[in-house]
Design a protein around this ligand. Structure first.
Ligand code: AMP
Length: 280
């Protein structure tokens, strides 16, 4: 099937109406474009759960802070559309900022404290921007299922919370993180890394694995394990925003390992902020 491109809400609705008439089961994969194999693994997973896969490409200005990388965020629409066509996606929704936020738009969706901890502490307002745009995308498309990467673990939890709290009748599915051969989590922001930075970037994942071992096998206490991780990353040239252990769904901070908890790191290498996480 050919990829339909909808760059505004009416074209989107037309495409969705055709899919509904044909009795199709719909999946949504929201993205900010600059598509890499990590994104494409979400599309592949979506195809196993639905027969009409909508991929949105929208660099959402409201989730970027005033000093963040909105302007220089990588954009590659032509090649993104080619990748989606090849992968068998059904519809690419590529709205403009004006289509997403028409004049008079004022409502914000906020998950309170869940959006103020971890990355939210360092990116004030970020998760309100995410919660708002994802709510709009979910309601515009009203798919049966929507897929999000575990790579952005806090985002996945925020989206699940919003769907639960606002009775949005859509199944939210998390997809495991796709990594480079050396362990670095794939991310559009990896394109910012210099050759030198790219060499040290896999240390984030390595440190997560070592910290997991320290906590689970060596039974090290959380504070000592975090201090070791921070020291190691700092010595390699990172500026660490946080290393944290949290409950899998609520993201409550933990001071001991419990089943299914999540270990997360955010750290800067040069001018690039990288995040990663693993399950314990
Ligand atoms: P982004 O374009 O960075 O907003 O990402 C769009 C979606 O792709 C989000 O749900 C991300 O969590 C997911 N994603 C990004 N990188 C990866 C990856 N390496 N593995 C799996 N999912 C990813």
């Amino acid at each position: 099937m050919q990829l339909t491109i909808a760059d505004n809400i009416s074209a989107l609705q037309q495409g969705l109406m055709d899919a509904a008439k044909a009795g199709k089961r719909v999946a949504l994969v929201p993205t900010m474009g600059a598509l890499h194999p990590g994104h494409m693994s979400l599309v592949a997973a979506a195809k196993t759960l639905a027969d009409f896969v909508v991929v949105s490409i929208f660099v959402n200005p409201t989730q970027f802070g005033p000093n963040e990388d909105f302007d220089k965020y990588p954009r590659s629409l032509e090649s993104d559309l080619k990748k989606l066509e090849e992968a068998g996606a059904s519809l690419a929704y590529t709205p403009s900022v004006a289509d997403m936020y028409p004049p008079g738009f004022i409502t914000k969706v906020s998950v309170g404290e869940m959006g103020e901890i971890l990355c939210g502490k360092f990116r004030p307002g970020h998760f309100d921007g995410v919660a708002t745009v994802v709510s709009k995308l979910l309601l515009r498309v009203l798919p049966h299922v929507a897929l999000f990467g575990e790579k952005d673990y806090q985002q996945l939890c925020v989206v699940k919370q919003v769907a639960y709290d606002l009775d949005i009748p859509i199944q939210i599915v998390g997809v495991p993180t796709l990594r480079e051969a050396d362990g670095l989590a794939m991310s559009s922001r990896n394109a910012y890394l210099s050759a030198e930075e790219r060499k040290v970037a896999p240390l984030i994942y390595k440190t997560l694995q070592e910290t997991k071992k320290a906590l689970v096998d060596q039974k090290l206490d959380v504070n000592t394990a975090f201090a070791l991780a921070t020291t190691k990353l700092t010595a390699a040239g990172f500026k660490v925003d946080y290393v944290d252990l949290v409950a899998a769904d609520t993201l409550y901070a933990l001071n001991a390992v419990e089943p299914g908890c999540r270990l997360l790191v955010a750290a800067w290498i040069g001018k690039t902020r990288l995040i990663d996480n693993i399950s314990l």
